[in-house]
Each structure stands twice: as C-alpha cells, then as structure tokens.
Ligand binder design. Structure first.
Ligand code: HEM
Length: 420
C-alpha cells in the first residue's frame, strides 16, 4: 500500500488537472486519524474532494451529508456498475481493491429492474429469519466463544470474539454447517479480500470464498432447509445457481465484516469512555446508545466504493466526468458540520448514512438483523465478564489499514478468570 495521511504528499495523476492537490486515501497513518483528514479535505476542497486510491488511481471522495444523499438517491446519474470506470486501463490484475470494486454479476453491481429483482429476493429471504431465534442463536454462539477463553483471564477480542460471532451467525442463517476451521478460513479470506496485508493475495482469497459458497448452493439445491440460501433458491424470481452464489457472497461478506467492526467499535467505546459504565448499572448510558453512537462517530463501513458517473455532471461544485468513480464517504458525511453546526455530533436518532441510502442501501431487514447480532454479542460479553477492562492503553489500539472498514487490528482485554 502507498503511505499516506494528513501529511501525505499531494499528488496528481499526470494530465489530470481536476486532481491537483489530491490526497492518497490509503495507508496506516490515514487510518489512525481519518476524521482529521476529512476535516482537512473539507477545508481545502469542500464537500467533494479529489483523492487517490491504491496505486494513485484518481477518484472523488464525497464528504458532504447532502451530497452522499444526492449521489445515492440518483442512480440515473451515479450508477453502480463499475464497468463504467474510465480508469480500468490503469488497474492491474492484482490491484488490492479489485475484489469488491471489480465488476461481479452480483446484486451489488446490478441496476434498475434487475437490481430490484435481486435485492427483492434477498429482502424476502432475510425476512424469513426469526429475530428472536437469531438472538437466541447468537447468545449460544457468544456463550461458546466466551467459554473458550473465560478461564484464562485475558484474550484478544477481535479474533476470539468480534469476527467469529457474526460469521457464525451469518453462516448459520445461510444454512452452512459450522466447522471451526472452515468458518475461520472464511473469516480470514473475507478479511483478506477487503484489506490484504503484505503477502496476502486478495483476489485468490475472494476466489476461495466463492468456491465455498458454490458448494453450499449445490448442497441446498439437493437438500433445502429453513435457511436464507434455500429461500433464495426457491424464490419465484427464479435466480440461477450462479446468481444465488454471487448474491450470497454479498450477503455473507456484508453481514460479517461491518457487523464485526460494529461490535468491536462499540466495545472500544464502552471500555474507553467514562460516560458508559461497563456493568450498565448506575443509570449510565446504555449498550443501545453506544451502538448508535458508533454508527454516527466510528461507523464500520467508513467508505464505500462506490458509484460511477453515467455522464458528465457536477457535484459539490466539481466537474465530474462520465465514468469517474465516487467513493461514498459515509463516516465523513455522518460528521458533516453542515448537519452538526454546533460541533456536537448527536447520537439520539438514526438519520446517519451508515447503512447508505437509496436503491442500493443495506437492504431491509439486514440492519435490524445486524443490530440483533451486535447487541447480543456486546450484552452477552458484558454479562459474562462484568469486570472486563482494556489490557493496553487506549492510545496503543491501532486501526486496520482498510479504506472500507473502520475496525481495530486487535482489542486485548483482561478480566477475572471464570472457573468453569
Ligand atoms: C446481517 C447483517 C447484514 C447483512 C445481511 C447485510 C447485507 C447487505 C447487502 C446484501 C448489501 C448490498 C445491497 C445492494 O447492493 O443492493 C448491503 C449493502 C450495504 N450494507 Fe449491509 N448488511 C449487513 C450489515 C451491515 C452493517 C452492520 C452495516 C454498517 C453499519 C452495513 C452497511 C452497508 C452499506 C454501507 C452498504 C452499501 C450500500 C450502497 O451501495 O450504497 N451493512 N448490505
């Protein structure tokens, strides 16, 4: 990855005057303090800033709340099919952002009536999930995970809990038999496809995810069950197996990664901010309030790539060319001073853009299911280990070097060992 951040040298791709002063949106330094970078970009460029993605590929970061709402609400101008991009000739086949930016025949990249067909199937399949049953299953998954480390008095919560729990919940919802190593491999491959570390191959990792889901679809064709996969296969819209595979990858990746980071960012807030009492007694702010505050201030999907301009147009005073890529700056939009003029970012309502907006927004009822998973994960952990504390100084916590996700690399904690 390129190095970057608030102190990154400004660089413009050759021959692109619109990208004069563009800032690299990558690298560790950027990740530690993205809100500072958004403030600087807003000051220097307004609500739509020229940025460079990995490999110095130019794009626009949409930072304004009303601009993100406008872009996501106008598919006829800013569409989802990434084959429109005017930069493909500059993209290498091992470009790290390829797995979720390169076109796939999945719900993510479909448009218009075809998108409504595919998203409709997902909504109906997810609507069949009983939320009380899901909460009960998540509690059992949480209990098993906690039992595996409770006796030791310490653990690293990202790998031992925050990533594992939503993946097991998603896998169970989709009717995939859970085996420890198999599920862990899926977690690892999804993480690699979103933010590959040195030596990782994100394209190969994404391929392995596809193979695993292909097997699941084949199994469910032969032996359907009361699960999301079977409901998608049986839906009267008549999706092909390949379409179901593609859309299930989107469902599972979308469920696991952001929900894991929602859990960890909420735990970090609870463990580091004295407004939140860990044992939730004493009338302090609640887990529900912490979950909501995270969606405003530390949202898991901090940026989403993206939308592609259908024709030449303007946005935030910028000249956007047909085929330009727009990155939805969801974290920046949530903290836009235009909607918080007194500088205080409130957490009382749910008008944030963390689940995006418009036709491609996180489909109903996925945000509700994510809330059940995240809330159960946090509450069960705090109930079982009530004296949980951070095992390092809060300043020592580091963030993943991912443009998409805001989540910690690790969350070491201590607690009184539980004798089982
Ligand atoms: C059970 C958990 C979840 C499921 C099953 C799920 C499912 C999905 C699916 C299928 C899409 C693709 C929609 C489309 O292109 O039409 C999507 C998009 C998205 N989801 Fe979720 N999701 C979950 C949790 C979350 C969480 C926790 C967040 C963040 C707080 C989130 C944020 C988003 C965002 C930002 C998009 C992109 C929308 C866009 O292109 O504008 N999702 N989700």
């Amino acid at each position: 990855m390129t190095d970057a951040g608030t102190s990154a040298p400004h660089a413009a791709p050759p021959g692109c005057p619109a990208h004069a002063g563009a800032v690299r949106l990558a690298g560790l330094e950027y990740q530690q303090t993205p809100s500072q970078l958004y403030r600087t970009l807003r000051r220097e460029h307004g609500s739509v800033a020229p940025v460079l993605l990995d490999g110095d590929i130019p794009a626009w970061l949409v930072l304004g709340y009303s601009e993100v709402s406008y872009v996501t609400g106008h598919d006829e101008l800013f569409a989802r099919d990434s084959r429109r991009w005017n930069q493909w000739e500059n993209i290498a086949s091992d470009w790290p952002l390829l797995p979720f930016v390169g076109y796939q025949p999945s719900v993510l990249f479909t448009e218009g009536a075809e998108h409504r067909r595919r998203a409709g199937v997902i909504t109906e399949a997810l609507s069949g999930v009983d939320q009380f049953e899901l909460a009960r299953e998540c509690e059992q998954i949480a209990d098993r995970l906690i039992t595996s480390f409770a006796g030791s008095g310490q653990t690293e919560l990202m790998s031992a809990y925050a990533h594992a729990l939503p993946m097991r919940a998603a896998v169970q919802m989709c009717g995939m038999p859970h085996t420890g190593t198999d599920t862990q491999r899926l977690v690892d491959d999804l993480r690699i496809s979103l933010d590959a570390a040195e030596g990782d191959d994100p394209v190969a990792a994404y391929g392995r995810v596809g193979e695993r889901i292909q097997q699941l679809v084949k199994d469910k064709r032969e032996k359907p069950g009361p699960d999301v996969t079977s409901r998608m296969l049986q839906h009267p819209a008549g999706l092909t197996d390949e379409e179901v595979v593609q859309d299930l990858i989107s469902v599972i990746a979308a469920a696991q990664q952001p929900t894991a980071n929602w859990i960890c960012n909420t735990l970090r807030l609870l463990l580091t901010d004295e407004r939140f009492a860990l044992n939730v007694s004493g009338g302090r702010l609640s887990v529900g309030e912490a979950l909501n505050e995270v969606l405003w201030l530390d949202t898991p999907t901090q940026n989403f790539i993206g939308r592609w301009a259908v024709r030449d147009t303007q946005l935030g005073g910028r000249q956007i060319r047909a085929g330009d890529c727009l990155v939805l700056g969801l974290a920046a939009a949530n903290t836009d001073p235009q909607i918080w003029p007194d500088g205080h970012v409130g957490s009382e309502n749910a008008a944030h853009l963390s689940f995006s907006n418009g036709e491609h927004r996180c489909p109903y009822p996925a945000p509700l299911l994510a809330d059940v998973i995240a809330r159960t994960a946090v509450e069960t952990l705090l109930e079982r280990l009530p004296d949980l504390v951070l095992a390092v100084d809060p300043e020592e916590l580091t963030w993943r070097p991912s443009i998409w996700m805001r989540g910690l690399t690790s969350l070491p904690v201590r607690f009184t060992p539980v004798v089982q």
